[in-house]
Design a protein around this ligand. Structure first.
Ligand SMILES: CCC(=O)Oc1c(C)cccc1C(=O)O
Ligand SMILES: [Zn+2]
Length: 311
C-alpha cells in the first residue's frame, strides 16, 4: 500500500471539471499532491478537525474540496512559473487548505498556515472555494507575509489587501473583478480593480474609493483595509490597461509587465509599515530596475499614481 501519485478529477462547486494531482495512500485516493514543493493538501474541516478528503476512485465528489485543491495547484504554478517562487515562503511550504469551515461561513482566510473556505450562506456567497481568485487572494496573503509582511491595518493593511487582489486578478486572468464566481443574489463581484467605485455589492454599501482623496479614515475593517485597497487596485489596473482617470491619461504596459513590477516592489522594496506614498516609490523603483528609468513602464506607474492622487 505504498503511497503513489495519481492524476485524479472531479467537478467543482459550479460543475466545472477539474483535473489535479492526488495520491493513493492506505487503500484510498486522497487530496495529497506530492509533486509541488513540500506538498499541496486539502482537508475537510469538520468539528475542528482536519479530515482527509478521500475517494474510492480517481473521481472526487466534494465540489468545494475539488476546487480548493485544483485552485491551490493553479496558484502554486502561477507563482512558480511567473516569479520562480516556490510556494508562500519560497521554500516549498506545504499549501494546506480547509473547506466547509464554519457553518455557512461567508468568509475565506489565510491564518499563516491554512487557507480556509466557508460554504457561504447562499444569500451573500456561494461556497467560496469555487473562486480561483479567492484561492489566489488567500495564498497571496501568505506570499505577502513572507515578503514585505505589510501590517494588516490602515494604509499598510490596505496595501496588503491590494496585493492579494492584484495577484488574485492576475491568476484568475480573464477579468479585473474579484469574486465574480462566488456571489449569490445577483451581485457582479466583491471588488473591481477596473472601476472600484462602480461595483457595489448592495445599495447600502459606500462606493469603494478610486482616489486617495476619497480614502476611508475610520476604524472599521482594521482602518478600511478592504476599502482603501481599491485605491491601489485602481492604480495597478491603470498600469496594466491604461485609461483616463480624473483627467489623467495613463498608457498601460500590460499584465505581464505589471505583475513583475508589483512582485518586485513587494519582495524587494516594501516593508511592514509601508504606506501609499512608499508604494508609489517602490513601484517606480521596481519598474526602473526591470525596464529602465525612461521606460514606458516607469511612465505608466508615475501617471497611474498621479491619477489616484498618490504622490
Ligand atoms: C477575495 C477573497 C476575500 O476577500 O476573502 C475575504 C472574505 C470573503 C471576507 C473577509 C476577508 C477576506 C480576506 O481574505 O481578506
Ligand atoms: Zn484578504
Amino acid at each position: 500500500n505504498a503511497a503513489h501519485e495519481v492524476t485524479a478529477f472531479g467537478y467543482g462547486v459550479f460543475g466545472g471539471k477539474q483535473m489535479f494531482e492526488a495520491s493513493y495512500i492506505d487503500g484510498l485516493f486522497r487530496l495529497h499532491d506530492q509533486t509541488r514543493g513540500q506538498g499541496v493538501i486539502t482537508y475537510d474541516y469538520d468539528n475542528n478537525v482536519n479530515e482527509d478528503v478521500t475517494s474510492v476512485s480517481k473521481m472526487f465528489r466534494d465540489g468545494a474540496a475539488v476546487d480548493a485543491h485544483a485552485n491551490s495547484q493553479k496558484t502554486y504554478d502561477y507563482f512558480k512559473n511567473t516569479f520562480n517562487r516556490n510556494s508562500v515562503d519560497d521554500n516549498g511550504q506545504r499549501l494546506l487548505s480547509r473547506v466547509h469551515v464554519g457553518d455557512n461561513w461567508n468568509n475565506a482566510s489565510w491564518n499563516g498556515v491554512y487557507m480556509s473556505y466557508g460554504d457561504g450562506d447562499g444569500i451573500r456567497f456561494h461556497p467560496l472555494a469555487g473562486g480561483l481568485d479567492v484561492a489566489a487572494h488567500e495564498m497571496s496573503h501568505g506570499v505577502i507575509q513572507h515578503t514585505a509582511s505589510l501590517i494588516y491595518r490602515n494604509e499598510s493593511g490596505a496595501l496588503n489587501e491590494s496585493f492579494a487582489d492584484i495577484f488574485g486578478a492576475m491568476v484568475d486572468r480573464d477579468d479585473w473583478i474579484i469574486g465574480e464566481d462566488i456571489m449569490a443574489n445577483g451581485a457582479i463581484g466583491l471588488r473591481s480593480l477596473e472601476d472600484p467605485a462602480a461595483l457595489i455589492e448592495n445599495r447600502t454599501q459606500e462606493p469603494y474609493p478610486d482616489h486617495w482623496s476619497k480614502r476611508y479614515t475610520g476604524t472599521l475593517d482594521n482602518g478600511g483595509v478592504h476599502i482603501n485597497s481599491s485605491i491601489n487596485n485602481k492604480a495597478a489596473y491603470l498600469v496594466s490597461e491604461g485609461g483616463e482617470h480624473y483627467g489623467v491619461q495613463v498608457t498601460g504596459v500590460g499584465r505581464e509587465a505589471t505583475e513583475q513590477i508589483y512582485y518586485r516592489a513587494l519582495s524587494h522594496y516594501l516593508t511592514a509599515s509601508s504606506n501609499f506614498a512608499m508604494m508609489r516609490q517602490a513601484a517606480i523603483q521596481a519598474a526602473t530596475d526591470l525596464y529602465g528609468s525612461n521606460s514606458d513602464a516607469v511612465k505608466a506607474v508615475q501617471q497611474a499614481y498621479n491619477a489616484v492622487g498618490v504622490y
